[in-house]
Structure formats: structure tokens, C-alpha cells
Design a binder for this molecule. Structure first.
Ligand SMILES: [Zn+2]
Length: 579
């Protein structure tokens, strides 16, 4: 907690420092025209230098370097970075192709999709910028590279949903986003400030209350920790209880981390990253749109491409709906570990008739048949005082944290990007969970709008050539029958934003889901890029001929200051314009 406070201070310091130094901005603006030519020349030089063969990506074996919080990013930023609000020359690409770059920022999304037009000029879409872990200095190389790569110009910014692993980069490197040209921005209808239908405000109210409650619960957990520790130490089953307790705390911490600004933040306030990017867009007078499911839209400057808005659903039941394992979603990873014990330990306090309030779904609860005799009795014995201490509120805390997380994931702006000429589809669902996937198929106006009288969503899924895997390869981020089973058997490429070196402990048992992982490897024929697969059992490049997954297939670059990857990038023929 203390480190976080220090980090926060450092971040705000850097902001002040930058603001002071950025004062002669107007003068810089006047010079911008002159500088532009200089920058262009520079860009050409750099391009030439970059022509050298890309570094071979060796599997990473060492643990990631622990980044100690540094005072500020602003000095580096001012030394090396170009001025604000100018467009720099960008590398051209083959007309009609698309490059999708996944920044390997840690478990969290930050994508650039470049569409090359008839002249080979790019149209840049930036989708999200976030990762739960890392101080501003960790983010800096990624966002600096992004800024260079897009020539300081975001043609379309898409912010999918308000989770730290999707938005905190906007805060941590806000100074850089402030300097970019951002032409248009899209958010989901749930973020609409005027809320014409009145549905967004209602959801926001609920979300705010849940966030506030989660913050209070986290404080309560901290407060009661000594008493619980003591009770566990005195128990005959101290070892198991400790493991269960630890797993539960890991789970709670990881859920609090993505939902709250600080784990003890109790105000239910919006995340700083979300607020910052909205402020930046408002300062820039960027054209902002809030999208509704069922709309299909074109964008100025991007010919031959249509965007279909799949989610978030308008129906709040679907926003909160969970999928049934085995049919709606894949089965969870086998739960015979501490997390399962944690579920067992805490679920007994639930009212059995009130299933949605279980801290983990009931399938996840381990019973005697699975873990062997007497497991259950270990959790129902006379020495269970520690659980009695915190049963009521702790029970609801687990349930609340999970429901809040799913709720926000299901507010993800989910897009299918279609090539009008040939029907190829790029699927970018954010972190949409099952309820959202199901809702796409229920969009009335799309009935029979697909080929062969199909619903448009089924048809779009059938034609998917690129899939950004939902929710970091977890079991509920990809629908089964209404999702991956409708995607083609081959010719598909997938990318997943999972790096087990940079993820909270609490997520490790669910990410990756091994069934989904195996199915995606099969469906893509190995053309499946995980942000960092070194800690992934049955990783795509190990199971398959490396030839299907090496740099002949995709481009990768490493950070200069670290062994970690900077990005992975895949380019393919989309055909939105004739070459
Ligand atoms: Zn996420």
C-alpha cells in the first residue's frame, strides 16, 4: 500500500513538472510548421536505420526486472519526444493490407490497427491502453513507440471499458496522449454523459455503489487480518486454511486492483485513466461518439470498411448474466487447488437458495467426492471461529467483487470490423463476457441480415479472420456455442493479451483457460500470438512447428531496457481497397 502511495506522488509530481516546462507551448506551436519538415527528415533517417533485421526473439527465462518507482518520466519525455499536435510522416504499407500491433505492456490491452489505403497511407485505430502493473516508467517505452508508430495521429481511438488493464495507460502516460492528434473517439453507450435513454445512469449508479462497497470490504479485510491469522494459527487445519485464506485474498486483491483506483479507495469514483482520457479528448475538442449495439457505421477516411457494434447489451439482465459451463463457455480449469479450497471455505456462508451470491460459481466449489474424504469436515469443524468472525460481509465481498468485474467487462464496446468487398472480419470484443456474447445474437434488426438468411452476428463470426481473444484467455471471455464454435476452422489468427509474468496472483489459476487455449491453437493452426507465452503450459509455439509462429509470420520487437517484448505485430491482406 505504501509503495502505491509513493508511486502516486511520483506520478503527480511528474505531471506538475511537465506542466511547468510545457509552458512555452505556444511558441512551440508556431515553430511546428518548420519543425514538421525536420521531423519528416528525421523519420526517414530512422526508417533507414530500422531496416536491419529484427532481433531474434529468444524465449524469456529470467523473471521480469522489478521496476522501482522512478521520480518522473517527464525529463526523458521532453528530451526525446516531439512537439504536440503535429502529424509526423508514417511508414506506408501495401494497399489493402492491415497491420495489427499488440503492445506487450503486461496483461492488459493496447492495440494499434493500421489499415493501408489505395496510396498505402495508414489509417490508425488505437484500442485501449492499460495494464494493472507498472509505474509510468514501465509504460513509457510502449506509449512512446506507439506515438512514433502512428505518426502522432490517432484517426480513431476506441476505449472499450473502465478497467485498469484497459485504461490506466491513459493516466500513466497522459502527457504523451495529450500531445497526440486524436481525430475521433468511440466509447460504449454506457459512458454517454447525456444518457439519452436513461439506462447508462442507472448502471453507473449501481457500479458506483458496488465499487464503494468493494473498497470498504478491502479495508475491512485489512482490519480483521490479525484476528483471522490468529484463529488460523490455532486451528488443527492451519495449513489448508492458510492456503484457502491466501487464495481468497489474492482473488480479492486482483479484483480490487482492476476495478478500483487504489485497493482502499472507497468513494466508488471513476478510474483516473478513464477520467484523464475523457478530459484530454474534451480539451482537444475531439469528436466523441457513444455507440449502441445493432448499429453499423462507416468512418471518414477509411473506405471499404464497416464497423458493426455488437455490445455492450442494452438489456441489463444480459450485462449480469453468467454462461453455463460446457455449453455457453468452456469449463473452468480443474479447480483442485487452493482457489477451490478458498471457494469451499467461504461458500458455506451463502444462503443455498441464492446462487448468484456465491463468491465463486457453485461448480467451482470442491466437495468431498473430488478432494477426498473429510475435506468438507475440515471446514465445518468446531475450530472455525475465524470464519464466523467475518462470514457475513466477507461472503458478500467475494460475490460483489466478481459481479462488479463481470458487469464492467460486459460494458465493453465490442466491435466486428468488416471488409465490405470480401466479408473478412476482425473481431475486437474488449473483455466482453458471456452475457454480452449472447446479447449480440439477440439483436433483432440483424435477423436474417447475414448470408443465407443467417443472423448477422453468426455470419460475422463465420467470416472472422482475426480474433482478439476476450478477457485474457479466461474461460468466460469467449463464448463457446455462440462464439468460437461459429468461427472458421482455419485461416484465422488470434492474439491474446496475457503475460503471466505481469499479472496478479489471483488471476493465475484462470488465465489461460486450458480448453480455450487448446481450441484456439487448433482453430488457428498455430497462428496464435500470446503476449508472453513463456509461462503458458502448452504454448502455441511449443506445440506446433515454430515455422507457423516465428518472425516470418509476425514481427516482434523487444524493449531496449528490458528483456520483455515491446510488441508483436501481424500483417495480412484485408482487401478493403483494391491494390
Ligand atoms: Zn481486461
Amino acid at each position: 500500500m505504501a509503495t502505491k502511495a509513493v508511486k502516486k506522488k511520483a506520478a503527480s509530481k511528474s505531471k506538475t513538472a511537465l506542466k511547468k516546462k510545457a509552458a512555452p507551448k505556444k511558441a512551440a506551436k508556431k515553430k511546428a510548421a518548420k519543425k514538421k519538415t525536420a521531423v519528416k527528415k528525421n523519420a526517414v533517417k530512422k526508417k533507414a536505420a530500422k531496416k536491419t533485421a529484427p532481433k531474434k526473439v529468444a524465449p524469456k527465462k529470467t523473471a521480469p526486472k522489478k521496476t522501482t518507482p522512478k521520480k518522473s518520466v517527464s525529463k526523458q519525455l521532453l528530451d526525446e519526444d516531439g512537439p504536440a499536435n503535429v502529424s509526423w510522416e508514417q511508414e506506408r504499407g501495401k494497399p489493402g493490407t492491415v497491420s495489427i500491433r499488440m503492445y506487450c505492456i503486461g496483461t492488459g490491452d493496447c492495440f494499434v490497427i493500421k489499415f493501408f489505403d489505395r496510396e498505402g497511407s495508414p489509417f490508425n485505430i488505437v484500442i485501449d491502453c492499460g495494464c494493472c502493473m507498472g509505474d509510468p516508467d514501465w509504460f513509457l517505452p510502449y506509449v512512446k513507440d506507439l506515438r512514433k508508430y502512428i505518426g502522432n495521429t490517432v484517426d480513431l481511438l476506441v476505449v472499450t471499458h473502465e478497467h485498469q488493464d484497459h485504461v490506466n495507460g491513459f493516466q500513466k502516460c497522459g502527457d504523451l496522449f495529450e500531445r497526440m492528434v486524436i481525430k475521433t473517439a468511440w466509447f460504449a453507450w454506457t459512458e454517454h454523459p447525456d444518457d439519452p435513454g436513461g439506462e447508462a445512469a442507472e448502471l453507473l449508479k449501481k457500479r458506483t455503489a458496488m465499487k464503494a462497497a468493494l473498497g470498504s470490504a478491502m479495508q475491512e479485510i485489512e482490519k480483521q487480518e490479525p484476528a483471522i491469522q490468529q484463529a488460523i494459527a490455532d486451528s488443527a487445519f492451519a495449513f489448508e486454511l492458510k492456503a484457502a485464506r491466501e487464495a481468497f485474498l489474492n482473488g480479492m486483491n486482483s479484483l480490487a486492483e482492476i476495478n478500483l483506483e487504489a485497493t482502499t479507495e472507497t468513494g466508488g469514483k471513476p478510474l483516473a485513466g478513464m477520467k484523464r482520457i475523457k478530459d484530454i479528448l474534451s480539451d482537444k475538442k475531439t469528436r466523441v461518439k457513444y455507440l449502441n449495439p445493432g448499429s453499423s457505421i462507416s468512418v471518414d477516411g477509411l473506405a471499404g470498411v464497416k464497423f458493426h457494434v455488437l455490445g455492450p447489451p442494452k438489456n441489463r439482465d444480459l450485462i449480469f448474466k453468467e454462461g453455463k459451463q460446457g455449453t455457453d463457455v468452456f469449463r473452468k480449469n480443474m479447480a483442485l487447488n487452493e482457489s477451490a479450497l478458498a471457494a469451499r471455505a467461504f461458500s458455506r456462508f451463502s444462503n443455498p437458495t441464492d446462487k448468484p451470491d456465491l463468491p465463486f460459481t457453485d461448480e467451482y466449489v470442491v466437495d468431498d467426492r473430488v478432494t477426498g474424504p473429510n475435506t468438507k469436515s475440515k471446514y465445518t469443524g468446531a475450530n472455525d471461529n475465524w470464519r464466523r468472525i467475518d462470514s457475513e460481509w466477507l461472503m458478500s465481498a467475494g460475490s460483489l467483487a466478481l459481479r462488479l468485474t463481470s458487469h464492467i467487462n460486459n460494458t465493453s464496446l465490442a466491435l466486428a470490423i468488416e471488409c465490405e468487398a470480401n466479408g473478412k472480419v476482425i473481431l475486437m470484443p474488449g473483455d466482453a463476457e458471456y452475457g454480452s456474447w449472447e446479447s449480440w445474437h439477440l439483436i433483432q434488426s440483424w435477423n436474417k441480415k447475414g448470408r443465407n438468411q443467417k443472423h448477422l452476428v453468426e455470419d460475422l463470426l463465420n467470416r472472422t479472420v482475426f480474433y482478439k481473444v476476450g478477457h485474457h484467455l479466461s474461460y468466460n471471455g469467449t463464448a463457446l456455442e455462440k462464439g468460437i464454435n461459429m468461427m472458421p476452422e482455419s485461416n484465422m489468427v488470434a492474439m491474446a493479451t496475457l503475460d503471466r509474468n505481469r499479472i496478479s496472483k489471483g488471476w493465475k489459476s484462470t488465465m489461460p483457460n486450458k480448453h480455450l487455449l487448446a481450441e484456439l491453437i487448433r482453430k488457428t493452426g498455430g497462428r496464435f500470438f500470446i503476449m508472453d507465452e513463456t509461462e503458458v503450459d502448452g504454448a502455441p509455439s511449443l506445440t506446433l512447428d515454430p515455422g507457423t509462429l516465428d518472425e516470418a509470420v509476425y514481427k516482434a520487437k523487444r524493449r531496449d531496457d528490458d528483456l520483455a517484448a515491446l510488441y508483436k505485430q501481424y500483417t495480412f491482406e484485408f482487401g478493403h481497397v483494391a491494390p
